[in-house]
Design a binder for this molecule. Structure first.
Ligand code: ADE
Length: 224
């Protein structure tokens, strides 16, 4: 998977890709992430990328031209499966749409700033609009990092243990069951006995039951 990220602040986005699972995914060639500073696509001397809103009002608006020039430059090189704008009024990210996006080959992510982008960008250039939740961030960069993490880890071979993503919370519509590691007894806080029994079918049944219980208690909405 190739991800091209269009941003005014690439430095906000770099470190998530420099450690742990995302770093490994990139090193092994399963994902590549490329940052494009929209300022580099501005044609005027001041490298202007935003302007006052027509009709007045507070805040600046990201201009069409640098965004269009950047996207057209990328599209000359390859076809893109999706051009995604991160915005609080987009479709909410969840495990289902993360699964879907993880199967794509080439995607562009556009990070908004200030009041957002000129509506014509959204009308003419964007194929999907994604929000990471009902709250407003200072810009789309952190949302883009969250989005990338959620999809890159789903690319086959990225997680060490192939079954690991399948047992994540939400993957089967339930929260994940509790997990434990050694020691079996710490200060008298004990691990459920069944887990040390070596009886795999029983352990599996226990996990399923726990996942259901946890979901009922913490996220009953997932069961509706
Ligand atoms: N940009 C600002 N807030 C956002 C959010 N909640 N999701 C995606 N992009 C955003």
């Amino acid at each position: 998977m190739r991800i091209d990220i269009l941003t005014l602040f690439p430095e906000l986005l770099e470190s998530p890709f420099e450690a742990s699972i995302l770093k490994r995914a990139i090193q092994s060639g399963k994902a590549s992430v490329h940052f494009h500073n929209l300022r580099d696509y501005s044609q005027n001397k001041q490298k202007q990328v935003d302007d006052y809103p027509f009709g007045g009002g507070a805040g600046m608006v990201m201009m069409v031209e640098p965004i269009d020039r950047c996207i057209q430059t990328l599209k000359k090189e390859r076809d893109y499966d999706a051009v995604i704008y991160l915005t609080p009024d987009g479709e909410t990210l969840n495990q289902q749409n993360a699964n879907r996006f993880s199967t794509l080959e080439n995607i562009i992510l556009l990070c908004g700033h200030y009041k957002g982008v000129d509506q014509r960008v959204r009308d003419q250039l964007i194929s999907h609009e994604i929000s990471i939740g009902d709250f407003v961030l200072s810009g789309g960069e952190l949302a883009a990092a969250v989005f990338c993490d959620s999809i890159i880890r789903l690319i086959p071979g990225v997680l060490g243990d192939e079954s690991s993503a399948l047992t994540d919370s939400f993957q089967d519509g339930l929260l994940a069951p509790p997990i434990y590691t050694r020691p079996a007894n710490y200060k008298g806080w004990e691990v459920p006995e069944i887990l040390a029994s070596g009886n795999t079918p029983k352990v599996e049944a226990w996990r399923e039951e726990q996942a259901l219980e946890r979901t009922k208690k913490l996220r009953p909405d997932l069961l509706e």
